[in-house]
Design a protein around this ligand. Structure first.
Ligand code: HEC
Length: 224
């Protein structure tokens, strides 16, 4: 190992000593700063809505008709009256069947797998200049309107915490929900996880000139 590598190790060890000392001085579990958040403060952050089953959707409801009114006032300037997108602002409708083409158009209708995610996105991020200003009812109404623009729900659809998770999005089955790679299925192990005698190093990068020894413009970076 190089000198600078050792230096970094030493610095790391010194930092651990300092942190250890600070932790010892304080009461267990108490770090000497911050305050306990109130239930209201936690509720303000805890706004996520789960896509597949809509867990976290609040009470409230909104119709396609109401959504068209709010959309015209607060969204159409950027996204177009029918979700066609103004200028370079994103389209919210259309694009069906384009995902495998040269110019794919991913939209709520052509790409998104879950309707509750649309509620979550609008609720946390839109309208772009003033996020978190819409009522739950208006977010439901906007969600219903955008789904209707994509011909996913009928004109009389009313979005609420029961109806949204039941909406089947057109592209839902194109998403792969299980990842078969072995490293995604590793079981957590806390002790005696591997027999050290069974571990064999079968290959190393050493001596293969894989890492340039100098840094600088590309033509000076050839390994010596
Ligand atoms: C000032 C322009 C503006 C306004 C007004 C606006 N948006 Fe957006 N919207 C954007 C931009 C820009 C993005 C893309 C943001 C990104 O990708 O990070 C976006 C993204 C979205 C998306 C996600 C699109 C996708 O497929 O990724 C949705 C849904 C959406 N907006 C809904 C709304 C709704 C509903 C309103 C009205 C309440 C609204 N927006 C108002 C600019 C705007």
């Amino acid at each position: 190992m190089s000198r600078s590598g050792n230096g970094r190790l030493l610095l790391g060890a010194a930092l651990m000593v300092v942190c250890g000392a600070a932790a010892n001085a304080a009461e267990p579990g108490y770090y000497g700063y911050g305050v306990k958040p109130t239930t209201e403060q936690i509720a303000g952050w805890d706004i996520d809505v789960r896509g597949d089953d809509g867990a976290g959707l609040p009470a409230g409801q909104g119709s396609v008709q109401r959504g068209s009114e709010v959309f015209a006032e607060q969204c159409a300037a950027c996204h177009g009256t029918f979700g066609e997108g103004e200028g370079r602002y994103p389209k919210l409708a259309g694009g069906t069947g384009t995902l495998r083409s040269e110019r794919p158009e991913p939209t709520v209708g052509s790409y998104w797998p879950f309707a509750p995610t649309l509620w979550d996105y609008i609720n946390r991020a839109m309208p772009m200049p003033a996020p978190r200003t819409l009522s739950a009812d208006d977010v439901y109404a906007l969600t219903a309107y955008i789904l209707n623009l994509n011909d996913i729900v009928p004109n009389e659809f009313v979005a609420d915490q029961d109806s949204l998770p039941k909406v089947k999005m057109p592209n839902r089955d194109s998403f792969i929900w299980t990842d078969p790679r072995p490293d995604t299925m590793a079981k957590p192990c806390m002790n005696a996880c591997a027999d050290p005698a069974a571990i064999k190093i079968s290959s190393t990068a050493e001596g293969r000139n894989l890492t340039p020894r100098t840094t600088g413009p590309l033509d000076t970076m050839q390994p010596k």
